[in-house]
Design a protein. Sequence first.
Length: 186
Amino acid sequence: ADDERRYQTVFARVPGAVAAPTAALHFDESVLTALEARGVQRANVTLHVGAGTFAPMKTERIEEHVMHHERYAIPPQTIQAIADCRARDGRVVAVGTTTVRTLESWARSGETQGDTNIFITPGFQFRVIDVLVTNFHLPKSTLMMLVSAFAGYEPVMALYHHAVEQGYRFFSYGDAMLLERSAQIK
């Protein structure tokens, strides 16, 4: 019963997801107000999270995995906010892997709305995202591959080792981490 209240983000506007984008669960109105007071500009995207987001990989070889499709939309204001951020040499921060998948899908397709089945794995060249707020994900998940692609496999494994040692919480109601894009893959 608590999930109806707890498993909802302050960003939610459009019905359609089967799950919350869990990194956003770390934000509430007071956090958003504090970020705004520090000059952080916020922009929104919509990605209707599907059940496949949390499914473990079932193939031995990464290239054999078929990613699930999810519907996304990026408003013109968000595209302008990204351009403005770049113009002032700012960094684009994604809250959650769903935001990463949405913006990187747009960067490749040029489409501001549609379906995406983008599968981000090590070696991926990021075009939009510089910093990522995300939860600690489960092993053998596509989400673990995305964060490894973003921050580098060894740094991510070191973070996870620390998280396990310190008893951090994993998955949907877990703790969050702030990752910068790996210098070797910028």
